[in-house]
Design a protein around this ligand. Sequence first.
Ligand code: SF4
Length: 249
Amino acid sequence: MATKPKRKPAKKKLARAKAKPVKPAKSGKAAKSARAPGTDSQRVAAILAKLDEAYPSATCELNHKNAFELLIATILSAQCTDVRVNQVTQTLFKKYPDAKAFAYATPSELEQEIRPTGFFRNKTKSVVGASKAILEKFDGEVPRAMDEILTLPGVARKTANVVLGTAYGIPSGIVVDTHVQRIANRLDLTRNEDPKKIEQDLMQVIPKDKWILFSHQIIWHGRRICQARKPKCVECNLESVCYAKDKTI
Ligand code: SF4
């Protein structure tokens, strides 16, 4: 009788897969939390109520008769006071009453006329460029849509929000100038320094129907009370809700 050939014992399969080495977590700066701690809704409501109390009718302090004049004045207001811009535009708008007049201005003449506002060469380019674009692309009207107004030379979100909010009553965002940048941090409504991020932070916590007024109120507060170097905390009606490190009382 034939005997069964002995089977070779099967090689034992490796039961365990090779474990992948675990990469150590990259060290780096901890991510900033999505919202600053000062943004709880009750606190924000208290801040808004106090702003309404102090500045019920805050508005843009650049003199203008229409959206186009406000656009030009806002371009000129970069790194310049509203008072100085108003002095310049008082005569400027008489000589150049509309977009067509600015579009065909002699640049060297216009440069001298807006020189007191500073950065006059760049501002002349922006004013002439924006006026031409308004004439050629938007039938002579300042556009009402954020994506359109941002195509104008010299216009970024800050200028766009000023014009859309003040001239058209469109709450397109929140104006973040140097005052809003400083005070939003002092009030702990943001922990960011970049204006775009600050605007996003504020838009998350300030109700949309308050965006336009809130922008003006904070700018007024920055000019009158919460100044950069020596905030007048003793006169500030927000003092009870403010825990800024550089408070002066
Ligand atoms: S208390 Fe002082 S730092 Fe705080 S918002 Fe008022 S002025 Fe500004």
